[in-house]
Design a protein around this ligand. Structure first.
Ligand code: A3P
Length: 292
């Protein structure tokens, strides 16, 4: 079956990005970072919104009412975002007072140089390949600007070849992982946050050189649980009209669960697809509890 996944994607330095982002590439490349910018970087569907809400709550000192001042996509502008007719991520960021929170899905090699020149901090949030694939599949179903993903097996083939927006999951998580000591990067995992949010938020606080009482920390954990965020219009994307994001097909806050561990999936994938993801070697370096 012929699915048009690639039709809207254009390679930028070899990475497939949406045509709107590709057309605006020079502006992204020359984006001027500030030293106190905090970047939240993820491969799509890895819990970007979750990490963003946690970090905005940290920046707001645990004041959840303050976090309801605006939607998550306005509080944490999406650097490379561009859809004609809407303010671009860069326009939004240029209008945002410091300290800015910046969302990106860019692989590390495509990050604007000025983030490194200014030594800005980055929190990278990784999620296992299989749950990302499933979440990305449903996301293609609900975002009208994205092509229909077709049947799951077909979408999985595209995903495993890296023929989806932002390219290969493996290249993405690996690229950021390998450079985590070269720059100011805190590398965290969705699965670890699920397991022990207090421990992981403390890692964030340490990295951000912030202190917080246990009471406030508990408040942040509560307000960023899946169930609470699912009903919060400022983060569940219900403010986006159905003709853009059709949540009658599948909610943005879909399940928020861990269904399979990363090594199990990668081995199945490697067997099935001739080692297309080349995961096992890389995984030995990753501090993930594989549960096998
Ligand atoms: P599922 O589709 O598996 O449910 P992103 O924000 O990068 O687009 O990621 C979206 C994924 O993160 C969705 O995964 C969503 O449910 C999940 N998610 C969002 N908030 C979450 C939370 N508080 N806890 C756990 N998962 C969350």
């Amino acid at each position: 079956m012929d699915i048009p996944t690639l039709r809207t994607l254009v390679p930028v330095h070899g990475v497939p990005l949406s045509i709107e982002i590709a057309e605006n590439w020079e502006a992204v490349e020359h984006f001027q970072a500030q030293p106190d910018d905090l970047v939240i970087s993820t491969y799509p569907k890895s819990g970007t919104t979750w990490a963003s809400e946690i970090i905005d709550m940290i920046y707001s000192g645990g004041d959840h009412e303050r976090c309801r001042r605006d939607t998550i996509y306005n509080r944490v502008p999406y650097l490379e975002f561009r859809i004609p007719g809407l303010p671009s991520g860069i326009e939004q960021l240029n209008a945002t007072p410091s300290p800015r929170l910046v969302k990106t899905h860019l692989p590390i090699q495509l990050m604007p140089e000025s983030f490194w020149e200014k030594n800005a901090k980055v929190i990278y949030f990784a999620r296992n390949a299989k749950d990302v694939a499933v979440s990305y599949y449903f996301f293609h179903k609900i975002v009208t600007a994205l092509p229909d993903p077709g049947p799951w097996d077909t979408f999985l083939d595209y995903y495993m070849k890296g023929d989806v927006g932002y390219g290969s999951w493996h290249e993405h998580v690996k690229g950021w992982w390998e450079k985590r000591h070269d720059y100011n990067i805190l590398y965290l995992f969705y699965e670890d946050m699920k397991e022990d949010p207090k421990r992981e938020i403390r890692k964030m606080l340490h990295f951000l050189e912030k202190e917080m009482s246990d009471d406030i920390l508990e408040k942040i954990i509560y307000h960023t649980t899946f169930d609470v965020m699912k009903t919060n219009e400022m983060v569940n994307y219900k403010t986006i009209p159905n003709d853009v994001l059709d949540q009658t097909i599948s909610p943005f806050m879909r399940k928020g669960k861990i269904y399979i561990n990363i090594l199990q999936f990668s081995c199945t994938a490697a067997r099935k697809k001739g080692n297309a993801l080349e995961l096992p070697g890389f995984l030995r370096e990753l501090p993930i509890k594989c549960g096998l």
